[in-house]
Design a protein around this ligand. Sequence first.
Ligand code: FE2
Length: 348
Amino acid sequence: MRFSPTKSYLLSLPRTLPRLIRLVRRCLTLDIGARRLGVIESHGQAVRAVGILVDDADEAHRVSVENGAVSVLEPHVLNDDAKGGKMVMAEVNVVLRYVGKHGYKGPMLPNYEEVESLPLTYGLVRLDHAVGNVHKLAEAVNYISKFSGFHEFAEFTADDVGTTESGLNSMVLASNNEMILLPINEPTFGTKRKSQIQTYLEHNEGPGLQHLALICDDIFSTLREMRTRTHIGGFDFMPKPPPTYYKNLASRVGSILSDEQIKECDELGILVDKDDQGVLLQIFTKPLGDRPTIFIEIIQRVGCMEKEESTGREVQKGGCGGFGKGNFSELFKSIEEYEKTLDGTLKA
Ligand SMILES: [Fe+2]
């Protein structure tokens, strides 16, 4: 492809939770009038567009449309006379929003102002991946990879994750530099429980963004800060896995995480997975609205450091440690083991 997507758009995450919530909402409020109202009416709380920072938004839009993308917003310029510079935005339906900076140096978007915030940081750095749920995976992957030039980065099926409860097939698409990661899920059928992806599609009234994964450098301190604010309007997190999950953890990742770190994972309800290159620490919030649809994932990736060719800086390879595929089977196994211990207690 002739355009070069460089980074996911939500680069400079705000340092406080209330501002994070506002930022997620900004993905909606960027769109005015009937279009915004229409999105909320049919999907509830949702993200309408995922922004991708590119060198040239006009070019990205043109090449995408030439390769089959349906345009929903022609390139347009946002000027900021006070700060100087401009940005160009364009959208194709999925919805991916191409954003070109063209000299713009201000915060967030033209005509936004920095506001004073508490001298507190949650340590959230940037968007790591944005996940979509669709009815038909092959069709969606074909469509997006054809117009964006993104390649297949990883794939897993319901069989891979080792449980018939999971009910999903998944594929991760990545940009050339693998800094933009777009996993896509489809439901599978015939399992004991309804696929969580099918539940999403019904409640969201169609395909959409399932979760945003925000990456941090120290998930323990990030989680401690976030958990202390759950009861005052912060995020609610999914329930902790049973104790058997953490008992098995040392044998899975004991060579990489210390006993102290495994204990902290247990205390904070953090899940751990690994691939052949690194380790992933992850935790999920409950859905943000009143439907079982969009939620947020907080992650830390450990390992996979390499030298960036252009700058010589040490950077982490995109997708290091995977996306938590191993946690499906580990969670299922630990729940089974835990239920057996409860049976034992009852019988005793
Ligand atoms: Fe994720």
